[in-house]
Design a protein around this ligand. Structure first.
Ligand code: AMP
Length: 445
């Protein structure tokens, strides 16, 4: 199969040739003809599957072949994405695909001045990539009208809900013409996504290109157990031992990102960090420098790193496990792409045992443990397996109470001091995703 047999026009084929795309990926093979035929789409596809071209190519073709010229402050196709980085990345791909077409494309997102964006929109834009918050700001300030809109793409829809964009999505949805084509892409399909799809899509074609919730099997995954306070030290030890060259590291919080970057820079390591508190230009610069190898270790929170396409990344390290198990799949999806092998290492402390268990249950595998001598934890991480059980260590028999000496003062002596982590069966962390139409949650972890 070729891109030509999928029905793409010559200007697009020439762009693809220049980019070196020879064969359509499975998601492209299914999505391109369906989108060209005007169908709505509900696609389960992770980053790395070629999904961006899967929706962008046919969309550009429809825009080039059909419809009126775009009017002032109007937009004909809208791609909604959860993060600023993703907006830039998707727009860059669109720009390359559209090189030989007379179409105007643009990206808008928060964290940068709105005025240049308002100016640019004055002339109308055929295809706009946007984050939901900034899009609504522009709409409310009358910088944007949707009456010419013919296609809406929700990219990484699960992430948009996770980030609390459900209210913004509902508001955008209300402002759009009812008659339109809608394409929804999501790495995972929770009940909330299905609800969203039910409201937004019309008789969609379902596409699933990778088994649901299963991590790429080209990624070698393992964990090292360690006490929480020794994680930075273990990281440095592993980095030196493994002679790590280009590593994307995930930490849970912004402070965690900053602390690790500071430690690494203090050791003379070329490290940088990205998280929601940093100005957009700084985030983008760190990312660009990482991509070209000027930064060796990039530490990021989930939000900042979601959906990033970094070619041939050999190693991902989870300095902290993600709170939402699905994020594990997204994180390790940055490596082992397009058949290349990759490695994903997670540093796990006793507090994280339930998160570990949830990941193993979701990915249907028990992650191999590889302990580092010198770093064996004092607070043991209980054994876990893919069934979602945390395997409890048998408790020592209780000593009989000594009369008169009871009370809280002596309790410590009689309680099994074994594990710092809760020993009850693991419960998958509840993904507190508000149903579509309800209030927003945190936006920038
Ligand atoms: P995506 O899943 O859209 O983030 O794409 C992942 C990467 O695959 C991007 O770097 C694309 O440029 C690349 N890509 C997408 N489709 C193809 C293709 N058919 N052949 C080669 N590379 C592709």
């Amino acid at each position: 199969m070729t891109f030509a047999t999928l029905g793409l026009i010559d200007p697009l084929l020439r762009s693809l040739e220049k980019l070196g795309y020879q064969t359509p990926t499975p998601v492209q093979a299914q999505a391109i003809p369906a989108v060209l035929a005007g169908r709505d789409l509900m696609a389960a596809a992770q980053t790395g599957t070629g999904k961006t071209a899967g929706f962008a190519l046919p969309l550009l073709q429809l825009l080039a072949m059909e419809g009126p010229k775009v009017a002032a402050n109007s937009v004909r196709a809208l791609i909604l994405v959860p993060t600023r980085e993703l907006a830039e990345q998707v727009h860059e791909a669109v720009r390359q695909y559209a090189e030989n077409l007379p179409l105007r494309t643009y990206a808008v997102y928060g964290g940068v001045s709105i005025n240049p964006q308002m100016m640019k929109l004055r002339g109308g834009v055929d295809l706009l990539v946007a984050t939901p918050g900034r899009l609504l700001d522009l709409f409310r300030q009358n910088a944007l009208k949707f009456n010419q809109l013919q296609t809406l793409v929700l990219d990484e829809a699960d992430r948009m809900l996770d980030l609390g964009f459900s209210e913004e999505l509902a508001n955008i949805y209300r402002a759009l013409p009812k008659k339109r084509q809608t394409l929804l892409f999501s790495a995972t399909f929770s009940d909330d996504i299905r609800l969203l799809a039910g409201q937004m899509l019309n008789d969609p074609l379902s596409i699933e290109v990778s088994p649901r919730n299963v991590a790429a099997n080209t990624v070698k995954q393992w964990i090292v157990t360690v006490d929480k306070k020794r994680k930075p030290e273990l990281f440095v030890h592993l980095m030196r031992k493994g002679k790590w060259k280009q590593v994307l590291v995930f930490a849970k919080t912004r402070n965690g990102v900053d602390a690790l970057v500071e430690k690494l820079q203090g050791l003379g390591v070329n490290a940088d960090g990205i998280h929601g508190d940093k100005p957009q230009a700084t985030r983008q610069r760190a990312l660009d420098r990482f991509k070209i190898g000027e930064v060796q270790i990039l530490v990021a929170t989930d939000v900042a790193a979601r959906g990033l396409d970094i070619e041939d990344l050999p190693l991902v390290v989870n300095f902290d496990l993600p709170i939402v198990a699905e994020d594990y799949i997204h994180r390790i999806g940055r490596t082992g792409r397009a058949g290349s092998t990759g490695e994903a290492i997670s540093l796990v402390c006793a507090d994280e045992v339930n998160l570990l268990s949830a990941i193993e249950m979701l990915t249907r595998q028990t992650l191999k443990r590889q302990n580092e001598p010198e770093f064996e934890p004092e607070h043991r991480v209980p054994e876990t397996d893919a069934s979602g059980q945390v395997i409890k260590k048998p408790k020592k028999p209780k000593k009989p109470k000594v009369s008169g000496g009871g009370g809280k003062r002596n309790l410590g002596k009689w309680v099994d001091s074994g594990d710092a982590a809760p020993a009850e069966p693991a419960v998958k962390p509840v993904r507190k995703v508000p149903v579509f139409n309800t209030g927003p949650r945190k936006r920038k972890p």
